[in-house]
Design a protein around this ligand. Structure first.
Ligand code: GDP
Length: 467
């Protein structure tokens, strides 16, 4: 009880601090949800909102379990110019008669969920009912990777991008094209377009092969900017003088930074209070050691955005404010029997270890976990060739039911990560399989959201202290 009282006092003092700086609102949390494409953002937001509206499966969220959250409802969002996250359509897709995965995130969107909260127990009489607005902002993790571009000149960016393209099989067609081009020759729009298309094709193929660093982010997810000059360039091995292709690409690269990257960080990123970074670690493990190493590097780059002190531009837009909490969540954990969830969490922790230490120095609270936003499987134990295996079962896209064992994740995550660092092209001891199960569907029970794994714990970490 004393703990609760003390908590109440600090909250109020915290509130005073916020009023003074004027940057936080006491009754609003802006929760950023990001991750590279296909990491599971859309499914996460949809299931989180459904499970906050109907809290029967949210025992791990204290304010839901003890009844402090009286009601939850969706409201018009505060930003008039941002698309609304299409919650209803996504939920229908996931839980309808013919359950499907929803359409993935392709740009920034927002949704406001309001929670009416009345503390229970001793504090019930002391504090009245209050409303907490949870503004959820969904945006592609690829856009965070663009932060790294701000510190680079066109020549520096080109050099690194070309090294990566040359080292990946998917880059062959672009490399062949660019090697036949003279960047000092006169600018030619047709050639510019062909180069940009070849570059985009390479990024898309690299992404499909499991690589994470596929920037500039808007090339894969252009939204309304498709075809604009700021997205019609590619890395070149050398620059050029006035009127040349090289000079024009350099100008467009600068325009991309100025017109695309900076406005996003200023308008959206700098307003975020709490952040969840979703990671398809199992997908990268399935794709092989190089994809895992690439994911580790991409995570470090993404996380540098959460250390404003390091970067003059971020320092300027954050003005002393910071992201208070960051959760790294390995998604789709329902592909694994719970006996292996600990290993997945440790891999997640190891992937973000360096970056995490630095974010903690910058004052944010950081945590890692393995979760499934929408559980599409059930657990089972089977004997296979004399060995007892902990498996999961689900329904494949073909409609067939299947049992699945993805392989044994090692207890020590370094056993995986070190193979990526050494540049191995295949896992030394066997493979990790992947399978896509469809959501199980069926009508939701009254008072319950869709089935999940640890979504309630994620919510407790991200917003529990403010409820
Ligand atoms: P986004 O690009 O980050 O918005 O990713 P989505 O939320 O669209 O998820 C991409 C895909 O990952 C989905 O189509 C599903 O196939 C899969 N997925 C996402 N979350 C889960 C989950 O909790 N369980 C399972 N089994 N698959 C998931």
């Amino acid at each position: 009880m004393i703990g609760e009282l003390v908590d109440g006092v600090t909250t109020r003092i915290g509130g005073l601090g916020r009023a003074v700086t004027g940057r936080f609102s006491d009754n609003t949390i802006r929760l950023g949800v990001t991750g590279l494409s296909r990491a599971g953002k859309t499914v996460f937001i949809t299931s989180l909102v459904a499970n906050l509206l109907d809290r029967g499966r949210m025992h791990g969220l204290r304010a839901a379990a003890d009844g402090s959250i009286r009601t939850a409802y969706l409201q018009p969002q505060p930003s008039d110019t941002l698309p609304r996250f299409d919650y209803e359509t996504h939920l229908d897709a996931m839980t309808g008669a013919d359950p499907q995965w929803p359409e993935s995130t392709s740009a920034v969107s927002e949704l406001r969920l309001s929670l009416k909260v009345q503390p229970t127990g001793l504090l019930a009489g002391m504090r009245g009912t209050r409303v907490l607005h949870l503004d959820i902002v969904d945006y592609p993790g690829e856009w965070l990777l663009d932060l790294g571009l701000l510190e680079k000149s066109f020549a520096e960016w080109s050099e690194g991008a070309l090294v990566r393209a040359r080292s990946r099989a998917q880059g062959a067609a672009f490399v062949e094209l660019v090697e036949g081009v003279d960047p000092t020759a006169k600018m030619d729009e047709g050639l510019a377009k062909r180069l940009a298309e070849a570059w985009t094709g390479y990024l898309r193929a690299a992404k499909d092969a499991g690589y994470s660093d596929c920037s500039p982010g808007r090339f894969l997810l252009p939204g309304q900017m498709a075809g604009s000059p700021a997205l019609t360039f590619a890395p070149l091995p050398e620059g050029g003088g006035r009127g040349s292709l090289g000079k024009e690409f350099e100008r467009r690269f600068e325009a991309y930074k100025r017109e695309v990257v900076r406005p996003f960080f200023r308008a959206h990123f700098a307003q975020i209070d709490r952040q969840v970074v979703l990671v398809d670690a199992l997908g990268a493990i399935h794709a092989g050691p190089q994809a895992v190493d690439d994911l580790r590097v991409a995570m470090t780059d993404i996380l540098s955005a959460f250390r404003p002190g390091r970067n003059a531009f971020l320092t300027e837009i954050f003005r002393g404010k910071r992201v208070e909490k960051i959760l790294f969540a390995a998604t789709k954990a329902d592909h694994l029997h719970h006996a292996q969830h600990g290993q997945l969490t440790r891999i997640m922790e190891a992937l973000v270890e360096d970056a995490k230490r630095r974010a903690e120095y910058a004052g944010a609270r950081v945590s890692s976990m393995a979760l499934a936003s929408l559980r599409a499987t059930t657990e089972d134990r089977m004997t296979h060739e004399g060995e007892e295996l902990d498996m999961v079962r689900g329904v494949l896209e073909s409609g067939k039911r299947a049992a699945f064992w993805p392989g044994a994740l090692p207890d020590d995550p370094q056993a995986l990560l070190s193979q990526g660092r050494r540049g191995e092209t295949a896992w030394l001891d066997g493979d990790f399989a992947a399978m896509t199960f469809v959501p199980q569907g069926g009508a939701l029970k009254p008072g319950e959201g869709p089935p999940h794994i640890r979504l309630d714990r994620a919510a407790e970490f991200l917003i529990g202290d403010r409820l």
